[in-house]
Design a protein around this ligand. Structure first.
Ligand SMILES: Cc1cc2nc3c(=O)[nH]c(=O)nc-3n(C[C@H](O)[C@H](O)[C@H](O)COP(=O)(O)OP(=O)(O)OC[C@H]3O[C@@H](n4cnc5c(N)ncnc54)[C@H](O)[C@@H]3O)c2cc1C
Length: 853
């Protein structure tokens, strides 16, 4: 028994020495509840649906499948078992037989049973040339396709959203070659990860990645998602270990980069583009990968700790003492541990006598058993002596090793058995990781939805500490948008604020298709879209997910207003803006419903002789189609309000020409002016999408026959997510307006009281604003005196509060169950004041005549 040198409460270490187990593959937990999936019926879809928690509209750029299409596929795929379809053949045709719809359930529903497609056709090619022929046909006919591997993805990327054809790659399952000297494996993309690991294990090698889903996921799916997993700490990313790929492009071209060279500096490394591309630019059919030697000595230990600080300290110590043999450093909290104990498959045993706030699992892998034993022994003694760990167990044999790993690996499965899981997979600095888990719990507490038997039963925090990768699994009773609105966008903003990534390893898929901006810059996103366009100009591959190849409605709106405002404010002729904007606008009219609210402004374009209402010509359509974007109610294309330009677009001369200034504010106030219409439209849309709830059903105290209910029954109450999005837009517009007024007040103040220091302030605000004498002369000839201007501008802040009060009333009367959660700090204070209908700090300062902040 290992004894601590001077600690009364000795950590308990099972075993007499750091015994070593021979490595063998751990059994993968049973993964896919296929029976449950089969029982679930896919939704019948209308033109626009909620899939999981994301709302998207089907693009009519894609063809609807016919029996003639299935007949064509039947000519490409020789065996009837390679086609599963519910489309009935033409009478008299016997080239294929339709199947019962339930046979497609496995392919239409994801592992979590959260995302549901309604594909009518699953194709199961067995060779690269069959995949190529399928894609040639789909490309020619504009048929949308979703590539599917083992369907273990956790972000809805591998299942159809609507009726996309599923190309399931499990039939490509051959090992092409294995070089036992170099350790390079070349195989088909549909090989199951665990099978590959077993195969090369017999030759003394192992796969450089390992995950809980290894018994079902494919190596092609792993590459497509750039899967991380449990060996990442030691062997790094697939960007380093994948040596080459064979890929079928959306038009059927086979791109062969299946090299096994470790070094090759000839031009761009194109294969890297496909690693992590989530099936959006090509179907991976072959993989060449470098595999490491299988270690002959593996140790696994689990320690119990009393704080997250201790987790970090122990990580430092483990790296110091065993850095070169460390192969995993995982952590999980008490909630995760409890969920596993209660819900995991039988066989997961609690090896501890008491409960502890945190647990870490460390694995060492080496080739010299005595060396590793000695190192681990020293480490354990040190950790105990220093009181860094409270308890610990060390695996003595293979069974114990598997048992300890099961404590960590069973968390996702156990959470899934407990309820519906909102999964977040985030990268961030290690010292910040657990604060987010605690914040999420506090947030649920504040909303009164947290605790056993409540809407949110558990918030589990666990992950790969060594990789700075946190998993938060929020176990709820159902995938309720109300719960989602408490989590998002808060969790993404939090992550972005600490410069983290909203997807460490699961990818974007459908779940995070619109969230990439929290991590990547607009420039990066733009270039990703350009790359998508290069490979998939028709946008047929895995649509609605990841990076859309087109300008989204939201972006089109933003760009339109940005151009409109900047061009106008800089006194340039609208024609230039129109020329820039014509394509977007023509596309947006049809797709984004812009005509309903943009038309007044668009008439200005007509004056320049440009037809703003023209349908896009065919070249424009091919550049922009397919036309869709994930739509969030309240911030959707239909309802999108004007996006205020940043203050940097505003020049002092605009402030000083009061007519122009007022016109600018009028534009900004369009959302407030039309707020009732917009809310009504939002509610009508909400009702159409089935996302709204009747107030009388939500609130037991509200009698459906009451006058209150009668007054609102035409428009159901939108879900909190819709209200949150609408509120965000209101606040953005209000803030934008207030900043314009503040900026102009500063300009007016400085103009009426010029002094030498002012110039430098203004230069900071706007590089154009240099109060040279000629400029001052020009201003002095302006139609408004500085005093009048000053008064009018200060008045605008009062007008602001009146307009806001009216809009706030309208909003609150509809979004009766919504309360915003402003962040801490000045921005949050401003938003809080807006919600309470009281003057913001800036307005207060102005009323009191104090200098503006
Ligand atoms: C219990 C459990 C534990 C997990 N643990 C981890 C973990 O530790 N680390 C981790 O990173 N992930 C983990 N995952 C997530 C998942 O297993 C990985 O994302 C995995 O790589 C997906 O592989 P797949 O074959 O199942 O792909 P699918 O789920 O079928 O597809 C995933 C994405 O890849 C695309 N795709 C699939 N095959 C191809 C192909 N051949 N060519 C082009 N595109 C393709 C799909 O279109 C989709 O966008 C876990 C999942 C589960 C259920």
């Amino acid at each position: 028994m290992l004894q601590p040198a001077s600690r009364p409460a000795a950590p308990r270490i099972i075993g007499t020495s750091a015994a070593t187990a021979t490595y063998s593959t751990r059994a993968s937990p049973s993964l896919v509840p296929r029976a449950a999936l089969r029982a679930a019926q896919p939704h019948l879809a209308g033109p626009s649906l909620r899939r999981g928690l994301a709302t998207v509209a089907r693009s009519d750029a894609f063809a609807n499948l016919t029996s003639a299409d299935v007949e064509a596929f039947a000519k490409i795929l020789p065996s009837p078992s390679q086609i599963l379809t519910t489309i009935a053949p033409e009478s008299g045709s016997a080239s294929y037989q339709p199947v019962d719809p339930s046979e497609l359930d496995t392919f239409n529903n994801d592992w979590m049973n959260k995302y549901h497609g309604r594909s009518q056709l699953v194709l199961k090619p067995k060779t690269t040339s069959e995949v190529s022929e399928i894609m040639k046909y789909c490309h020619a006919k504009n048929i949308a396709v979703v590539p599917q591997g083992g369907n273990t993805g956790l972000v809805g990327g591998g299942v159809p959203v609507f009726d996309e054809v599923v190309v399931q790659l499990g039939g490509l399952n051959k090992i092409r070659s294995f070089d036992e000297v170099a350790g390079t494996l070349v195989c088909d993309a549909g090989c199951i990860l665990e099978s590959l690991d077993n195969h090369i294990g017999e030759k003394g090698y192992m796969m450089p990645l390992d995950l809980g889903a290894k018994g079902s996921c494919h190596i092609g799916g792993n590459v497509a998602t750039n899967a991380g997993g449990l060996r990442f700490l030691r062997y790094g990313s697939l960007h380093g270990t994948v040596l080459g790929l064979e890929v079928v492009l959306p038009d059927g071209t086979v791109m062969d980069t299946l090299s096994t060279l470790r070094k090759d500096n000839t031009g761009f490394d194109l294969k890297q583009l496909f690693i992590g591309s989530e099936g959006t630019i090509g179907l991976i059919t072959g993989v060449a990968i470098a595999t490491p030697r299988r270690p002959s000595a593996v140790n696994v230990a689990v320690f119990a700790l009393d704080s997250y600080d201790a987790v970090q300290t122990v990580f430092g110590q483990v790296k110091k003492h065993c850095g070169e043999i460390l192969s995993a450093f995982e952590f999980f909290d008490q909630t995760s541990f409890d969920v596993v104990q209660k819900h995991a498959t039988a066989g997961v045993r609690d090896p501890f006598e008491a409960r502890h706030p945190f647990y870490v699992l460390i694995e060492t892998s080496g080739s010299n058993k005595d060396h590793d034993d000695e190192k681990l022994q020293l480490l354990l003694e040190h950790l105990m002596e220093e009181g860094m760990i409270q308890d610990g167990v060390l695996a003595q044999d293979e069974t114990q090793l598997q048992g300890l790993w099961a404590l960590r690996e069973s968390i996702p499965e156990a959470a899934g058995k407990m309820g519906k899981v909102f999964k977040y997979d985030l990268s961030m600095p290690i010292d910040k990781m657990y604060a987010l888990v605690q914040d999420m719990r506090t947030r649920f507490d504040e909303h009164g939805v947290h605790g056993e038997g409540n809407d949110v039963g558990a918030v589990c925090g666990y992950g790969h500490i060594g990789d700075g990768n946190l998993h938060i699994n929020i176990v709820a009773k159902s995938y309720d948008p109300k719960i989602e609105s408490i989590i998002e966008p808060y969790i993404y903003e939090w992550t972005s604020n600490v410069k983290g990534s909203v997807s460490a390893e699961h990818g974007l898929g459908l779940m995070k298709a619109t969230k990439i901006g929290y991590t990547k810059t607009p420039e990066s996103i733009e270039y990703m879209k350009k790359i998508k366009n290069v490979f998939d100009p028709k946008g047929i591959l895995n649509p609605y997910k990841y990076i859309q190849k087109i300008t989204t409605c939201a972006a089109a709106h933003r760009r339109y207003h940005h151009l409109l405002f900047t061009q106008r404010l800089r006194h340039q002729i609208i024609g230039r803006a129109a020329a820039h904007f014509r394509k977007d606008q023509a596309w947006s009219y049809k797709t984004c419903g812009m005509s309903t609210w943009v038309s007044p402004s668009m008439s200005r374009f007509n004056r320049s002789g440009t037809s703003s209402h023209s349908e896009p010509d065919s070249s424009e359509r091919s550049a922009f189609a397919p036309e869709y974007e994930p739509v969030q109610l309240g911030s959707s294309s239909v309802l999108k309000p004007l996006t205020p330009p940043s203050v940097s677009n505003l020049t002092p001369s605009t402030c000083l020409a009061i007519g122009e200034f007022k016109e600018l504010l009028r534009q900004y106030r369009q959302l407030d002016d039309g707020i009732t219409t917009r809310l009504n439209r939002s509610f009508a849309r909400s009702r159409a999408l089935g996302q709204s709830s009747s107030p009388s059903l939500l609130s037991s105290s509200t009698n459906s026959a009451s006058s209150v209910d009668l007054g609102t029954s035409t428009y159901a109450t939108p879900q909190p997510a819709a209200c949150a999005a609408f509120w965000r837009e209101l606040v953005d517009v209000w803030i934008g307006r207030e900043e314009v007024v503040r900026f102009c007040i500063k300009v007016a103040d400085q103009t009426s009281n010029p002094n030498p220091a002012v110039g430098s302030t203004d230069q900071r605000l706007d590089a154009d604003f240099v109060p040279t004498s000629s400029k001052q002369d020009r201003w002095s000839r302006a139609e408004n005196t500085a005093e009048t201007l000053n008064r009018q501008l200060h008045n605008e802040l009062k007008v602001e509060s009146i307009i806001r009060a009216r809009s706030l009333d309208a909003f609150k009367s509809r979004c009766r169950f919504f309360t915003p959660s402003p962040p801490a700090g000045p921005e949050g204070d401003r938003e809080r004041a807006m919600w309470l209908g009281i003057p913001t700090p800036a307005a207060r300062a102005s009323q009191q005549g104090a200098p503006l902040p």
